[in-house]
Design a protein around this ligand. Structure first.
Ligand code: ATP
Ligand code: MG
Length: 211
């Protein structure tokens, strides 16, 4: 059986990642593909328990380094139990946030040494790397207004100051620039339908999907 594909959605809060992920999954399923939709932090029972610790409570509850280690503990469990088995059986895995969120949130915006993050990627991700990463780019003010309007939102990251969110945006754009073969920037400051069209044409072009 042929290996599946691994697509990740990245970007700041309220950029429309979760909205668009559902739409991409529906399109891929309509083509008859086996799709696993998942998210981080979380995506497996153990990782979801860690998610509770990381996303709730005071903004300074964890230092950036502690947060990095919690994210990577969760990520390893998610990879072992969900992502790798799905790719191995030929499924397309579509994941709402992945390793680039650690680079941007805990690294670029939080100040964790990029060398620590690079070492974790090497030992914890091993060969589980996205085939395609869509980076949703969006002015943080609009994104935060969208995200905080949602009922029941987990607010720990949303509550950080605007300068944090500006560094976050720059961090994601720097990743896209450094790895253009893997990453594509999506202009998320548009209607849901227009963003959906950008996502679909990018997936078709990069992963040779027919449709
Ligand atoms: N293109 C759009 N135009 C207007 N509103 C949108 C658009 N895309 C999503 N929204 C709305 O904005 C809110 C945030 O969208 P969504 O939850 O998809 O963002 P997200 O990137 O997943 O955020 P988070 O990082 O916080 O999970 C939702 O209420 C959604 O319905
Ligand atoms: Mg979301």
């Amino acid at each position: 059986m042929s290996r599946g594909r691994f697509i990740t959605f990245e970007g700041g809060e309220g950029a429309g990642k979760s909205t668009q992920l559902k739409r991409l999954v529906a399109r891929l399923e309509a083509e008859g593909r086996q799709v696993v939709a998942t998210r981080e932090p979380g995506g497996s029972p153990g990782a979801e328990s860690i998610r509770e610790l990381v996303l709730n409570g005071a903004a300074d509850r964890w230092s950036p380094v502690t947060e990095t280690l919690l994210m990577y503990a969760a990520r390893r469990d998610h990879i072992e139990r969900v992502i790798r088995p799905a790719i191995d059986r030929g499924a397309w895995v579509v994941c709402d946030r992945f390793a680039d969120s650690t680079r941007a949130y805990q690294g670029a915006a939080g100040g964790t040494d990029p060398a620590l993050i690079a070492a974790l990627e090497r030992f914890i991700l091993e060969d589980v790397r996205p085939d395609l990463t869509l980076i949703f780019d969006f002015p943080p003010e609009t994104g935060l207004a969208r995200a905080t309007a949602r009922p029941g939102a987990e607010m720990r990251f949303e509550s950080k100051v605007m300068a944090f969110h500006e560094r976050l945006r720059e961090g994601f754009l720097a990743i896209a620039q450094a790895e253009p073969e893997r990453c594509a920037v999506i202009d998320a400051d548009d209607t849901i339908e227009a963003v959906e069209a950008q996502v679909w044409s990018t997936v078709q072009a990069r992963l040779a999907v027919h449709g």
